[in-house]
Design a protein around this ligand. Structure first.
Ligand SMILES: O=P(O)(O)OC[C@H]1O[C@H](OP(=O)(O)OP(=O)(O)O)[C@H](O)[C@@H]1O
Ligand code: HPA
Ligand SMILES: [Mg+2]
Length: 168
């Protein structure tokens, strides 16, 4: 994860596909060590879908359920009342299931999903301090004021050489 400080002092942490894959495999290792196997996975869409696919592959779990929660408006940082727009079909009270998301920030999404699946284990890749208490397992802690830039939200861009910028 690469930290970048912008002139406005907003912190961003960029996650590459490689890093995300490594972190998801690490999460799978820890989950298997701690919990053994799971009957199924419940991915929190959309961010949890790719981590859930990697975890399912590594852990030999083929039953992937989903729950769709909208907690943020389209642009970064603008949080709203969470809304479940699709509930899991076959996860019962969560017994034997692993809930997977990409990250916890305020913890609002994780708290809501845990209330719906109280017996499930909750895992994510990255956790900010406010969301951390709602997780059972995560890979890396990120400061609360840092925005994590996931690979599906970013693209490599051409950056002009410094010498050119100085001439401007
Ligand atoms: O801990 P919280 O403050 O609730 O934030 C974490 C949630 O926010 C993001 O999802 P988002 O609602 O942006 O939807 P998406 O996964 O479809 O992009 C992220 O993927 C988590 O699900
Ligand atoms: O830091 C973040 N990055 C991407 N999506 C998010 N949703 C809540 N917090 C974040
Ligand atoms: Mg999400």
């Amino acid at each position: 994860m690469t930290n970048t400080q912008t002139p406005q002092s907003v912190q961003y942490a960029t996650v590459t596909w490689d890093q995300l894959h490594r972190d998801a495999r690490h999460l799978a290792t820890e989950l298997m060590r701690k919990y053994g196997s799971f009957q199924g996975i419940v991915a929190i869409t959309r961010g949890g879908l790719i981590p859930a696919a990697i975890l399912g592959r590594e852990m030999g779990c083929r039953l992937i359920e989903s729950i769709s929660v909208i907690s943020y408006a389209e642009e970064e940082g603008s949080q709203r009342e969470p809304q479940v727009v699709k509930a899991p079909v076959a996860a019962g009270d969560g017994e034997g299931f692993l809930i997977v998301d990409d990250l916890v920030d305020s913890g609002v999404t994780a708290k809501l999903v845990r209330e719906l699946l109280p017996k499930a284990v909750f895992a994510c890749l990255y956790a900010k301090p406010d969301g951390k208490p709602h997780t059972d397992q995560f890979v890396m802690e990120v400061p609360q004021d840092t925005w994590v830039l996931f690979p599906w939200d970013t693209a490599p861009l051409f950056v002009p050489p410094l010498v050119k910028k100085e001439k401007e």
